[in-house]
Design a protein around this ligand. Structure first.
Ligand code: SF4
Ligand code: SF4
Length: 424
């Protein structure tokens, strides 16, 4: 793990603010790992906020809901923050959401829910892993083996990002309700929340709830990776090729747990999320509660004026984030941060030849040899890349960060990961 400049000061003390409801949203039909959804509405239809508008018949998917009330203006190709472009449902409203009502449940009603009921609610609400993974949460709540430990990921180790930190401080009781719900449905007794030591307010807030053991973690990167979190909290390693459930552990991100709380207690599908909008280019960095599908230019306008023109807009943080080619790209379920970089911060250093220093090997938290996977990838030797364990790369970006030759290791390893998937 490495110590990075955190740069959380821009937004860590900014309370969550609601971004005004946009008059137009662009909701991609794929915002999760799995199958693309099929529209259930057509152009000209009127929809209510929270109405399901796209889903798949079966398999791995999470349905999409209208995030504003309005009319379906188009179903068309549109910029997508992860895929470049994808089909999206465009909704036009009047910039208001009056009368938005979801069906609340009393505590008694919630206590009567079975695990199957909770899974169904989570699926119907379209909840996915909101820490960036986007894996449909109802599937994670259906483990193939019994679980004994629940770990809540409150590390938020990416520099600049503070959305989870603010949620932990401002919605502590609701997150604890969500944690209790998951733990009791799955029969889990051991519950931890991992929080980095640079978030003292969140540590204090959760320390008031003895049912959740707070594990204070060093603010090192990538402390929030599932495998690192499990190792640092439980002292257990996940064998290569295995997943947390293989050792009886379920890991959920705090924002996902909050979404589960909202779905179960308030009947609210996943139609909005907290996004950190930050960087030195902005006069007013913020943590914003944003309707899904809102174009990022709306978020940037809300945090302006610009102190200087950004040359790079990144979805996520500087280590794992994805650079965007337009400010028309919408916020989706996995978008926890928006980072604007100026020319100096975004400069690309010239790439040199590998000098065999092994810094990337020493830094890799997955125990890989990034320089070797990089060489295999550059030569399209996909079986060799597979043998070197490319599939286990967690895309943390440390190898790029530590390489003195500025090798584009992560970029080539990501390519190798895609090719390795095709090998039988
Ligand atoms: S190879 Fe993957 S896991 Fe290892 S340092 Fe590079 S990006 Fe991180
Ligand atoms: S850190 Fe860079 S220069 Fe050093 S071994 Fe890895 S790829 Fe080569």
């Amino acid at each position: 793990m490495v110590k990075l400049a955190e740069n959380k000061h821009y937004s860590e003390h900014k309370a969550i603010e609601r971004l005004p409801v946009p008059s137009k949203v662009y909701l991609p039909l794929i915002q999760h790992l799995g199958k693309i959804c099929t529209p259930e509405v057509k152009v000209g239809d009127t929809v209510k906020s929270g109405q399901r508008i796209a889903a798949a018949q079966s398999g791995v998917y999470a349905p999409i809901h209208a995030s504003i009330p309005g009319v379906v203006a188009a179903i068309q190709d549109w910029p997508h923050p992860v895929l470049g472009r994808a089909k999206a449902i465009v909704l036009e409203g009047d910039g208001h959401c009056e009368g938005e009502a979801f069906v609340l449940k009393s505590r008694k009603e919630v206590e009567k829910l079975s695990l199957e009921d909770i899974r169904r609610i989570v699926l119907d609400a379209g909840i996915v892993g909101m820490g960036g993974a986007s894996f449909p949460t109802h599937i994670k709540l259906n483990p193939p083996k019994p679980l004994n430990t629940l770990i809540i990921n409150g590390a938020e180790c990416e520099p600049y990002l503070t959305a989870d930190a603010r949620l932990m401080v401002e919605k502590t009781a609701e997150i604890v309700e969500g944690i209790a719900l998951i733990a009791s449905a799955l029969g889990i007794k051991e519950i931890y929340i991992g929080i980095e030591d640079n978030k003292p307010e969140a540590i204090k807030a959760f320390s008031a709830f003895p049912q959740v053991k707070v594990k204070v973690l060093k603010s090192d990167y990538p402390q929030g990776g599932e495998k690192q979190l499990i190792l640092n909290i439980l002292g257990k390693e996940i064998p290569r090729g295995k997943l947390p459930f293989d050792i009886g552990v379920l890991v959920q991100n705090v924002a996902t747990v909050y979404a589960i709380y909202e779905a179960v207690f308030k009947g609210k599908p996943l139609i909005e999320r907290v996004v950190t909008v930050t960087g030195s280019c902005l006069e007013n960095p913020k943590n914003l509660l944003v309707r899904l599908g809102t174009p990022v230019k709306n978020l940037i306008d809300s945090c302006g004026p610009l102190k200087e023109e950004p040359v790079k807009i990144i979805f996520g943080g500087p280590m794992m984030g994805i650079a965007q080619y337009t400010d028309e790209v919408p916020i989706i379920k996995s978008s926890g941060g928006l980072l604007l970089m100026n020319e100096k911060e975004a400069q690309t250093l010239e790439e040199g030849p590998c000098i065999r220093c092994a810094a990337c090997l020493r830094g890799c938290p997955a125990g890989l040899m990034p320089c070797q996977i990089n060489l295999a990838s550059e030569r399209s030797l996909w079986q060799l890349a597979k043998d070197y364990g490319a599939a286990d790369c967690i895309e943390c970006g440390i190898c790029n960060y530590v390489c003195p030759a500025n090798r584009r290791l992560l970029q080539t390893i990501k390519r190798a990961k895609l090719e390795v998937l095709k090998i039988k």
